[in-house]
Design a protein around this ligand. Structure first.
Ligand SMILES: *[C@@H]1O[C@H](CO)[C@@H](O)[C@H](O)[C@H]1NC(C)=O
Ligand SMILES: *[C@@H]1O[C@H](CO)[C@@H](O)[C@H](O)[C@H]1NC(C)=O
Ligand SMILES: *[C@@H]1O[C@H](CO)[C@@H](O)[C@H](O)[C@H]1NC(C)=O
Ligand SMILES: *[C@@H]1O[C@H](CO)[C@@H](O)[C@H](O)[C@H]1NC(C)=O
Ligand SMILES: *[C@@H]1O[C@H](CO)[C@@H](O)[C@H](O)[C@H]1NC(C)=O
Length: 449
């Protein structure tokens, strides 16, 4: 009978991945191999292709359905079921690599960059900004022409825009001593763990963050923050005034960031960082950044336009780590936020925040698919990303330098862990240590350049 015979198999050319569509009594399954989410990000395109191939099968199937009058109602239901199952992948090609980039959106972005460069140029005319303005004018013309002639080159236009944007951001003034004071931009080695300790509350709190205040003050502040309610939300931060107290779990103070883990100013996810006795984190249930000043006990909020939340763009290398959509980092005089947007195809966006005003001063766009890494950290304006090697080893494989806009994909700086999952990884410019929240264990490493 038709039902039993229907076994569809497709060979996808790249990676020669088989995507069988399989008819079972009341459903037809097109299985997408989930390991396809792993690195490299190129496979992202592969998933989109698989979904499309799968849809082609469905089209064939539909044709057969039309010819099989007797089975029609049941098959129609099956088709509806399949369509609804493919829904979650919709955004991959609606706003992913296959989407045509609309001229209006493109022009808006060009205008935005143009405005930003013009401002910078007026404040401080330089050869670099003049060249950028000239290139922007040329790009605008090209965009118009391309739209008329050749739809498909829009993707390369998108890359060009991204590069122009990054150069525009770089040409904006950073604090004058920003670069000269950073002696350790390029990392060459990470030590064995110099601290390995279970968090002070419970082994069951496998998600959270910890570290040392990223601004050098007279106090040597260490902090520990665990997520409750399904490793998702939090509302207190445990503070220690010395390394000795931290190691001995004594003389701590639990500061309340919000009245409860589900109140408006509570913490969502494990991207938290402490800078100048202020906690920076993703606000509860919102694409917003919150800052809670422990000294004054006051909270500020800022919208992060377009940022994917609710496990849309978490860290996913190997297996997805829920509630890691937004990652905060700090360097000597700024807070950085690492996130992804549909507009940038799920690739990492890096925004620099003024820690006091809590507004964005710079925004860089990378080519690094956020779901293809397991964690990130910032060292002196350089973004580093890691990938999972095995349960006990992690590796820094990627760097993006905001001062040049250059990306490197071929680093290999391995370091040890005690468990598989990373909830948070942050670099501290005061002691040049990396701090990791490793499935409930607190680890720290020395770094070398
Ligand atoms: C998924 O793909 C990987 C490599 O591409 C392969 O090793 C694995 O066996 C596949 N899994 C399934 C269930 O087909
Ligand atoms: C589709 O079929 C599966 C398996 O029979 C079932 O579990 C699921 O609820 C169905 N989905 C819809 C949207 O009907
Ligand atoms: C770019 O175009 C604008 C008007 O669209 C013009 O004012 C400006 O002088 C041009 N800049 C350069 C560098 O050509
Ligand atoms: C740190 O915070 C204090 C107030 O709590 C403020 O006066 C000072 O300017 C801040 N320092 C930096 C570098 O932001
Ligand atoms: C940040 O906010 C301050 C005060 O509201 C404002 O003066 C400054 O221009 C803002 N900076 C940016 C880059 O928006």
């Amino acid at each position: 009978m038709f039902f039993n015979l229907l076994l569809l198999t497709v060979i996808v050319t790249v990676e020669a991945q088989r995507v069988p569509g399989l008819q079972k009594t009341d459903s037809c399954l097109c299985k997408i191999n989930s390991s396809i989410w792993t690195f490299p990000a190129v496979q992202f395109m592969e998933v989109t292709r698989q979904v499309q191939v799968c849809e082609e099968i469905l089209d064939e199937f539909e044709e057969k359905v039309i010819n099989t009058n007797a089975e029609l109602p049941m098959m129609e239901a099956t088709l509806q079921n399949i369509t609804s199952r493919l829904k979650p992948f919709d955004y991959l090609y609606k706003s992913g690599l296959y989407s045509a980039l609309y001229l209006r959106q493109l022009n808006q972005e060009l205008e935005e960059i143009h405005r930003s460069v013009s401002e910078t140029h007026m404040q401080n005319p330089k050869k670099e900004t003049r060249t950028l303005l000239r290139e922007l004018n040329k790009t605008k013309k090209d965009a118009q022409k391309m739209y008329k002639d050749d739809f498909f080159n829009l993707e390369s236009m998108k890359n060009r825009l991204r590069d122009l944007n990054n150069r525009a951001q770089t040409s904006k003034t950073m604090p004058t001593d920003f670069r000269s004071s950073c002696h350790q931009r390029i990392m060459t080695r990470i030590s064995s763990p110099v601290v390995t300790k279970l968090n002070s509350i419970s082994k069951s709190y496998i998600s959270g963050a910890w570290g040392r205040d990223a601004l050098l003050t007279d106090k040597e502040r260490y902090w520990e923050h665990c997520l409750v309610s399904g490793h998702k939300d939090g509302h207190t931060i445990r503070m220690y005034n010395s390394y000795e107290d931290f190691m001995a779990n004594r003389n701590y103070k639990d500061e309340q960031i919000a009245p409860s883990y589900s109140s408006k100013n509570a913490v969502r996810g494990s991207g938290t960082i402490l800078y100048n006795n202020t906690v920076y984190y993703q606000c509860y249930d919102k694409a917003e950044i919150c800052s809670f000043d422990i000294t004054s006990q006051s909270t500020k909020r800022m919208k992060l336009d377009g940022a994917g939340i609710d496990n849309k763009f978490p860290f996913c290398y190997y297996s997805c780590r829920d509630w890691t959509d937004i990652d905060l980092e700090a360097d000597r005089d700024a807070v950085w936020v690492i996130y992804a947007t549909e507009e940038n195809h799920g690739n990492i966006i890096l925004s620099r925040l003024d820690p006091v005003e809590l507004n964005i001063t710079h925004t860089f766009k990378t080519h690094l698919f956020k779901r293809s890494v397991s964690s990130t950290f910032m060292v002196c304006g350089v973004l580093y990303a890691t990938r999972y090697v095995n349960t006990y080893q992690e590796e820094v494989f990627y760097a993006f330098d905001t001062t040049t806009g250059q990306e490197i994909n071929s680093l290999s700086l391995p370091f040890e862990k005690v468990a598989a999952g990373i909830a948070n990884l942050n670099y501290n410019p005061v002691d040049r240590r990396l701090y990791m929240y490793n499935d409930g264990y607190l680890l720290a490493y020395n770094t070398f350049n």
